[in-house]
Design a binder for this molecule. Sequence first.
Ligand SMILES: Cc1cn([C@H]2C[C@H](O)[C@@H](COP(=O)(O)OP(=O)(O)O)O2)c(=O)[nH]c1=O
Length: 282
Amino acid sequence: MALEPEPEPEPGPEPESAAPSITAGSAVPLHLGFARMRSSVSLLIRTSPRPLLASRRVRTVSVPLRVAVSQRLRHTSIVGPTQATEGARRRRRPAFMMGRGALIVFEGLDRSGKSTQAQLLARALTEGGKDVLAPSPVQRPPSDDAAGVEYVWRFPDRSTHIGQTLNTYLSSKDAEPLHRAYSISCLPRPDVVCFLSVSPEVAARRGEFGLERYENTEMQRRVRDNFERLFAHTAVSDHNIHNFDADREMQAVHRDIVELVQRVIANVADSPSTSVLSVWSS
Ligand SMILES: Cc1cn([C@H]2C[C@H](O)[C@@H](COP(=O)(O)OP(=O)(O)O)O2)c(=O)[nH]c1=O
């Protein structure tokens, strides 16, 4: 969507220095670890009380949970469009105009319903008058051309080079294991992580299960066990992770998610912070 160019404002105060928002040149999280990277789906929901001023410049990133808890990250990878958008936003808009969105992350096993629930949530919030736009079925991070719309972003974005590399790997049943670690500085901290807990048996009954290399019940069970170990880890337990029984009927799960997210959005709207915090900041 083309946006009208905006007049260049006088420089405003910088956002809080303690809140390390991602700027041009910083990196975006991507980590392929020893097992496999779990995909995530993120929503950034604008909660600014000044929608006319602030509704069009937002960004979001997805936080693979395993990255968020790994202490052994290297700081290597760079992803462009998102940073360009952030840079453009900072140039155009003084900080006092920047409310911030709520970063909602969905995590879970393959076929646990991350995409479905993210889309249902985006629709429900939009219908409820929240400033959410979730392009569907194409879900892309913002570029300068499409800057400023809230969106649902699937991670990894398989239209990007990195996403295609992952896709090739995950779609190939007989390739040698690819152990690569991409990582980042500045991991944004989700306002809430909705973990969709599905049993491997239920997941296996859902559409298209088995097309990717790790979509088998045994592997999914191992991943689920690892998630449970992570959740028991104290460093993870304070990351606003909420567990949803995703074996249930999708509308029942949806209702619970909406109830929680409404509360999260209200809290973010009341918060004085103008940017999403870093995972590592206290
Ligand atoms: C949530 C949900 C999804 N599905 C189907 C829709 C999709 O074809 C498939 C996978 O759902 P999807 O939302 O794509 O899962 P994820 O993003 O976690 O991999 O399962 C169900 O049959 N029942 C459900 O309750």
